[in-house]
Design a protein around this ligand. Structure first.
Ligand SMILES: O=c1ccn([C@H]2C[C@H](O)[C@@H](COP(=O)(O)OP(=O)(O)OP(=O)(O)O)O2)c(=O)[nH]1
Ligand SMILES: [Mg+2]
Length: 144
């Protein structure tokens, strides 16, 4: 699938790191490094502007390496980039560790996964169909 992109960053476009990777690693585009104190969050710019085809979205997902090694997550994970969004793609990082974390310019901070989505029209009804599960949830089937 082709996606129009403007790259106003001083880094290469997000790239797949392996042949069948789902995510394109995206880099922080910073004039200066950003330090995240424990539990601090920051909106990190990427310098990227997308024109996603209608019917698709881009998900902004965390990188497991940053999560495991440094406790870095994405507050609104997975972030949603709408097809009609024309602003800069940003990544809302949070430091869930006990130590400060420095986000360096050019660091691969997240990954973009492009996905199809449906657009629904509501069909309002009085009753829903019966199922074995019914309203059971939140562990209703047990834990083991
Ligand atoms: O991680 C993210 C999430 C969102 N966005 C941009 C693209 C998206 O299309 C727009 C709006 O995001 P969302 O709908 O999640 O935020 P909202 O709080 O509902 O804001 P809005 O009222 O603008 O939709 O912000 C990002 O750049 N990064
Ligand atoms: Mg919204």
């Amino acid at each position: 699938m082709q996606v129009a992109v403007i790259n106003r960053s001083h880094h290469p476009l997000p790239a797949y790191q392996t042949e069948h990777a789902a995510g394109l690693d995206v880099r922080a585009n910073l004039d200066a490094a950003v330090t995240l104190a424990p539990l601090e969050r920051a909106l990190i710019p990427t310098g990227l502007y997308l024109e996603i085809p209608p019917g698709y979205e881009a998900q902004v997902r965390p990188r497991s390496g940053l999560a495991y090694k440094h406790g870095i997550g994405i507050v609104n994970s997975p972030g949603t980039i709408d097809a009609d969004y024309r602003g800069e793609v940003k990544v809302l990082l949070v430091n869930l560790s006990n130590e400060p974390f420095v986000v360096q310019d050019g660091e691969r901070i997240a990954q973009l996964v492009f996905a199809r989505h449906e657009t629904v029209q509501w069909q309002q009804v009085a009753e829903l169909s019966e199922t074995g599960r019914g309203a059971g949830g939140y562990g209703s089937t047990g834990t083991r």
